[in-house]
Design a protein. Structure first.
Lengths: 380, 109
């Protein structure tokens, strides 16, 4: 009887708290959203299942949980905690990204830059609310609409907020088709939405090969903190464009990115435990995240309108909304909103230019925030 | 840190933006950080845009020095006529000999 009593006290059923059950329910909701609504399923499904796994109560004396040194889950989480997985994902992203649209119309790159204002406005908002500077920097990067970058910076600056920041970033990336259109319609006139843009100029293969090398040098020399993310992004792109490493590019954009996505999503979910997730700070992070996406969209749109003051060949301002680097969802939203006004206006390829420029811009912004705010991370 | 700021009554306070509470004896001016960050992002992406715009002119010079290569064709050495594998001839001759012997054994001419 005593043995049974002792065994019962070690079971999860005896030790589970109400908050853990709520988190498990949240994990199931994420899985449901991924499967039923197709909301970023490649991330939300592993994250959702990880949330369920991570909220099984720990057993004293057994190294099982993600924060238990020596456990299997802690070794997987090591890739997140030390910022290894996000650069590997960027390698795959670079290997699947086509920079042709950006190379053929370089002025659209500035719209990608304008949209990154959302990161810094959100940072100011987080400081105003009372978050510490390192936490505000990690929260601000949600405005970059780039999941790997958000996870990378959170792991470096505010590991305690990694769970809510990652889930906020990926949730709002899935909600881009909901968040962006109202902002786009509010800040543009019908006449502006009807603007047709000239077809992009052709780009040679040599340009596509030289671009990743020089662009990396520019970004890394200006913001050395961005070396890791930007370096892997452009390495992946060079593997793709060189024409002689197709096997490596194929591996990077398929097998490698899939493996890392599974491990990253699952371990981020496992780290999202009730005690750190179900807090008022998480609610504030979610509110700031929603605001950051809207502000980034608005800044991209207004940037395009500002550029049109000086351009003879006008830019359709809707394209500015694609500076939010949720590739390719925000470019697709631009296409849909544009076609509602004029079904024969094809903006998708034009929108891809600020879309991929936004990926570079958010990585540079993360590098800047990391290098400035790292001294402000509280020492244990 | 946030709890400490809240307890000190500094939550929802513009002072946090101008000068954050010190951490590790360092405080940050949020407005300066935001402005500097945006400037660096803009400078980086503008530099990339300028380089891309200048690339056709740069490539004109580069193409004169290093003309673009043709399609990549793996170089294969041509086999010399004399270096034919002997085994193939032996096998063929053997097969002919067997066929001839069989034919003769069947009463052929």
């Amino acid at each position: 009887m005593e043995i049974l009593q002792g065994f019962w006290e070690t079971t999860g059923v005896a030790n589970i708290a109400g908050l853990n059950l709520i988190m498990m329910l949240i994990g199931m909701v994420f899985i449901g959203l991924a499967i039923r609504k197709d909301y970023e399923p490649l991330l939300l499904l592993p994250i959702g299942f990880g949330v369920i796994v991570g909220n099984i109560p720990p057993i004293e004396g057994m190294t099982i949980g993600v924060y238990d040194e020596g456990s299997v889950l802690s070794y997987i989480y090591f890739g997140v905690k030390e910022g290894i997985f996000p650069p590997l994902i960027f390698l795959g992203i670079g290997a699947m990204t086509d920079f042709t649209a950006m190379l053929s119309n370089p002025k659209l790159i500035l719209l990608g830059a304008a949209a990154q204002l959302g990161i810094f406005v959100t940072l100011l908002g987080a400081l105003y609310i009372g978050f510490a500077p390192n936490e505000a920097g990690a929260i601000g990067i949600i405005g970059g609409a780039d999941g790997p970058t958000a996870i990378f910076l959170s792991a470096k600056l505010a590991p305690d907020l990694l769970g809510p920041i990652a889930i906020a970033a990926y949730s709002y990336m899935a909600l881009v088709p909901v968040i962006q259109p109202p902002v786009m319609r509010l800040l543009t006139t019908r006449k502006e939405r009807l603007i047709r843009m000239a077809p992009p100029r052709p780009v040679s293969q040599r340009q596509k090969i030289i671009f990743p090398v020089v662009a990396f040098l520019i970004c890394a020399l200006l913001a050395p903190g961005a070396v890791t993310l930007v370096g892997m992004l452009f390495l992946g792109n060079l593997l793709k464009e060189s024409g002689v490493t197709e096997r490596l590019a194929e591996t990077a954009r398929n097998a490698l990115i899939d493996i890392v996505t599974i491990l990253l999503g699952f371990s981020v979910g496992c780290s999202t435990q009730a005690q750190t997730f179900l807090t008022p700070e998480s609610v504030q992070i979610f509110v700031l995240g929603a605001a950051s996406f809207a502000i980034a969209t608005a800044c991209g749109l207004l940037g395009a309108k500002f550029m049109n003051l000086f351009l003879k060949e006008k830019i359709n301002p809707l394209v500015g909304a694609a500076g939010v680097s949720a590739v390719p969802d925000s470019a697709r939203v631009v296409q849909q909103v544009g076609q509602k006004e004029d079904p024969h206006n094809f903006l998708l390829m034009h929108a891809m230019a600020p879309n991929v420029a936004g990926v570079i811009g958010s990585a540079v912004a993360a590098g800047v925030l990391w290098s400035v705010l790292l001294p402000l991370v509280p020492t244990p | 840190m946030k709890e400490a700021a809240k307890q000190a009554g500094q939550a929802f306070n513009w002072q946090n933006v101008i000068e954050s509470a010190p951490v590790n004896d360092v405080s940050v001016n949020g407005l300066s950080l935001a402005l500097t960050g945006m400037v660096i992002v803009f400078v980086a992406l503008t530099s990339i845009a300028i380089f891309i715009a200048c690339m056709p002119s740069i490539l004109k010079v580069v193409n004169e020095i290093l003309p673009p290569a043709g399609p990549h064709i793996p170089h294969r050495k041509a086999k010399p006529a004399s270096a034919q594998p002997a085994t193939t001839d032996d096998d063929t001759q053997l097969a002919v000999a067997i066929a001839t012997a069989y034919h003769k054994s069947q009463g052929g001419a």
